[in-house]
Design a protein around this ligand. Structure first.
Ligand code: HXC
Length: 510
């Protein structure tokens, strides 16, 4: 009997070694952890329950029958993050470069199916070269099965991808269909085809970093939602994100103890907006002063910085913050900002996370670059996302809410539940200068007349009161009371019951 038990331990030890000591050392030399080390660090200590440790591939082509490794390049199972169940798979680069065989795909599919059935998030840790070339179409079929499950799970359970090595082919397409992607600086890359193929096909010489490094994907392509310096920091940040997310679209948002009273007022907010309407200020200061203990998990912090998106908590419950950022391009809405915020709003709506919107927006960005780049369609994405969202929507206009951007940013007309304005709000079709130059064009040569018209326009329209007179803002509030007002509003909206008309799905302008 003892020998039988020892045989299990022996087999386990072999499986745990993956591609062997040398390849593990090579992995460490590159500054990367192994798949098992990553899972151990990511999950609560001792909580990992592994599946399919002894699965091997069934391929015989290219001498593969002589090279079988228990686990077949992916470690799968489940565990907990701060006590909450999550399913996880981690690609093992030491085994055939983490590439996906038919058997490897079956392991991932099992975890995806279990996560969906049990309504818990699934986290994929990637360090892999795509379809296993030796397996041909069996590997392609395996990927398609994974992709199909990514899509079926989308909007039902949170799916998070963590890119921790060179990733190509299917190992970038599957992450692309998940909710969030995080990368590690200097050791992770994402591309459909690597630098060698690029050289052959387009004759471009490009490094892996230039083609698909963390900088490219967090600042230019917007494929990744964040990047961190090393494996440890990345995995700890993903744990932090999971703490904000519900387990599924039928679970409530997590609630944790709140140590900061919501009745304490923050008088510094009364002077946040500068007297000069053209002077910028940092909207993140408002977010941090409204969120419990200033804890804010920002999404895509280095892309389209003119809009800020991320998660925080108010009185212990998760909310999604969306805010125009006056520090960057005066907070204008352009194509990138619209796409970024639209995706975030839709994520919140899928998972019943209330949305708090802070508005200070001079309008949509004019110009040929924007128009040729599809501003109409991209701006419509954000408009569409806010309009279809049925979660509680609370809006605070701090300063400018001009033109179409006023409508878009969770206005009352798009079923905003509570729309507040600070006394500094200016809600109008456009700023005074532009307005006067159009409606008093005949007086353009007379500076005195123009100054008088401007003053009249400013007095009448550049305030929150015209909108308040119509009920388009529910209340003009003191800046220092913002956190308290939002907390009370969120409590009142807890049982909000709103559904859209039945449809198969909508047709958002993609
Ligand atoms: C089988 C693979 C492999 C793969 C890597 N390996 N990718 N084995 N199938 N797809 C093996 C290598 O042969 C090598 O084995 C080991 O993994 C480590 O790879 P290296 O090339 O030495 O590592 P590195 O220099 O770091 O480069 C990593 C890489 C590169 C950038 C991922 O290996 C690469 O470009 N691989 C091919 C990527 C690719 O084209 N995949 C198919 C995509 S098609 P040894 O034994 O020599 O150490 C696809 C279809 C899905 O995925 C459908 C999408 C819609």
């Amino acid at each position: 009997m003892k020998e039988i038990l020892e045989e299990l331990e022996r087999r386990r030890d072999v499986a745990r070694l993956g591609g062997g000591k040398e390849r593990i050392e090579a992995q460490h030399k590159r500054g990367k952890l192994t798949a098992r080390e990553r899972i151990d660090l990511f999950l609560d200590e001792g909580s990992f329950e592994e599946f399919d440790m002894f699965v091997e591939h069934r391929s015989t082509d290219f001498g593969m029958d002589k090279s079988r490794i228990a686990g077949d390049g992916v470690v799968t199972g489940w565990g907990t993050v701060n006590g909450r169940t999550v399913f996880v798979f981690a690609k093992d680069f030491t085994v055939f470069g983490g590439s996906l065989s038919e058997a490897h795909a079956e392991k991932i599919i099992k975890v995806q199916d279990m996560a969906l059935k049990n309504r818990a998030p699934v986290i994929g840790i990637y360090d892999a070269g795509g379809a296993r070339i030796q397996e041909g179409v069996a590997a392609l079929g395996g990927y398609a099965e994974v992709f199909q499950r990514n899509v079926l799970a989308s909007g039902v359970i949170p799916q998070i991808s963590v890119i921790m090595g060179p990733c190509a082919g299917g190992d970038v397409y599957s992450p692309a269909m998940t909710d969030f992607i995080f990368m590690v600086r200097d050791t992770s890359y994402m591309f459909v085809t690597g630098p060698d193929v690029v050289k052959t096909v387009t004759n471009e010489t490009v490094t892996a970093e230039e083609l698909g490094g963390a900088t490219v994907h967090t600042t230019r392509s917007s494929i990744a939602d964040g990047a961190y310096d090393n494996d440890v920091e990345t995995l700890l940040q993903v744990r932090r994100l999971i703490d904000f997310l519900p387990k599924s679209n039928t679970s409530p948002v997590p609630e944790i103890e709140c140590y900061q009273s919501v009745t304490d007022t923050d008088n510094s907010l009364d002077t946040l907006v500068p007297a000069n309407a053209n002077k910028p200020y940092d909207i993140k200061e408002l977010i941090q002063k409204v969120a419990d203990e200033g804890d804010f998990f920002e999404i895509q912090s280095n892309f389209a910085k003119n809009i800020v998106c991320g998660f925080g908590r108010i009185e212990g419950s998760t909310v999604g913050f969306v805010a125009n950022q006056p520090m960057v391009l005066a907070g204008v809405l352009d194509s990138d900002a619209s796409r970024k915020a639209a995706r975030f709003v839709r994520f919140c709506d899928c998972f019943n996370i209330p949305i708090v919107t802070f508005v200070d927006v001079p309008g949509f960005l004019p110009g040929t670059a924007q128009e040729y780049g599809g501003l109409i369609k991209h701006g419509a994405k954000l408009l569409f996302a806010y309009a279809e969202a049925t979660v509680p929507k609370l809006t605070v206009i701090t300063r400018k809410a001009f033109g179409g951007a006023y409508d878009v940013m969770a206005s009352k007309h798009l079923r905003g539940d509570l729309n507040y304005a600070w006394p500094t709000a200016q809600i109008a079709v456009m700023g005074a200068k532009g307005a006067v130059e159009i409606i008093f064009r005949k007086d353009i040569a007379d500076p005195d007349k123009i100054a008088a018209h401007t003053k009249m326009y400013e007095d009448r329209f550049l305030s929150p009161f015209v909108a308040a007179e119509r009920g388009y803002v529910d209340e003009v509030i003191m800046p220092h009371s913002t956190r308290r007002r939002l907390a009370r509003g969120l409590k009142m909206l807890r049982n909000k019951d709103l559904t859209n008309p039945w449809k198969k799905h909508d047709n958002i302008p993609l």
